[in-house]
Design a protein around this ligand. Sequence first.
Ligand SMILES: Nc1ncnc2c1ncn2[C@@H]1O[C@H](COP(=O)(O)OP(=O)(O)OP(=O)(O)O)[C@@H](O)[C@H]1O
Ligand SMILES: [Mg+2]
Length: 331
Amino acid sequence: MPLLEVNGLQVEFKTHDAAVRAVNGVSFALEEGETLGIVGESGSGKSQTVLAMLGLLASNGRASGQALYRGENLLGMPAKALNRIRGNRLSIIFQDPMSSLNPYLTIERQMTEVLELHKNLTRREAKKRAISMLEAVRIPEAAHRIGQYPHELSGGMRQRVMIAMALLCEPDILFADEPTTALDVTVQAQVLQLLRDLQRDFGTSIVLITHDLGVVAGLCEKVMVMYGGRVMEQCDASTLFAKPSHPYTIGLLRALPRLDQEGGELAGIPGNPPNMAHPPAGCPFHERCADATAECGERAPALEAVGTHGLRACHRPADALITRYQEQSHV
Ligand SMILES: Nc1ncnc2c1ncn2[C@@H]1O[C@H](COP(=O)(O)OP(=O)(O)OP(=O)(O)O)[C@@H](O)[C@H]1O
Ligand SMILES: [Mg+2]
């Protein structure tokens, strides 16, 4: 049994003028110790996919489908049972640590509270555990820092504290929603290295949300590319980088700076993601896709297996797209 198995997840928001289907039939499995990247531009449904599983949707949102954690469906689970799992077996870190840390409480207070609640530790034991976790995320002088308030720490350090807090109860799965976006490039690299180390040392499974395929390359074994609430392509990360088979994935890869092609032009994907209150008919990407045909505007392609490659949702032949990409990028 996979650690986490998501089947046909849908998320719908009620708004005054329309029902917004933010996530439309997402399915994936996560094995123990595995790292999955969820990639896509802004608004593609990445965050809502994860928030839905953790019961954290806004009040106008509703999730359906299945999200089985060790065989138990998280969707529709009573609040009490879900609370016990959340923050203990499943943890989440967000992009902006300041929005999740309480500015009025010391780091010690925020960390020990979690342990007292979920692990029944005494204040003293909890503090010891909290300090060792701060050391694990390489906060220098952890025993001193733990007495400080969030604003006394740098942005990179606050993000480390967030990660330490998320890992306190040794969760099975760490969901990280754009954990490095707000940080400068050097600190980004350090935080990613930290996640890699933690995964090695604690065997934590990670679901990493990012709009940056470069981040996926460094950390993830599997990747799921989302657009307009749907999965466009889903496969091993190494396959995705060597043989992308979906025009959207190819567009994202083209937008990545490449160290070996200095001065080369960076081609972003022209146009903007769709307004999910009024999504286009057919494939959500067809309006921006240079390869689209009439069929693409009429019928949304199903997510189907392509040989041993993985899964993709596209009407155009995979082989031709892969070959063209490889020729044009000289890989
Ligand atoms: N409470 C809400 N009411 C209505 N629509 C919502 C609500 N929350 C999110 N949405 C819509 O759901 C869609 C998916 O949002 P989501 O937050 O998952 O995007 P994302 O892929 O995480 O993007 P980003 O990279 O910007 O974080 C968006 O179109 C968004 O506007
Ligand atoms: Mg998001």
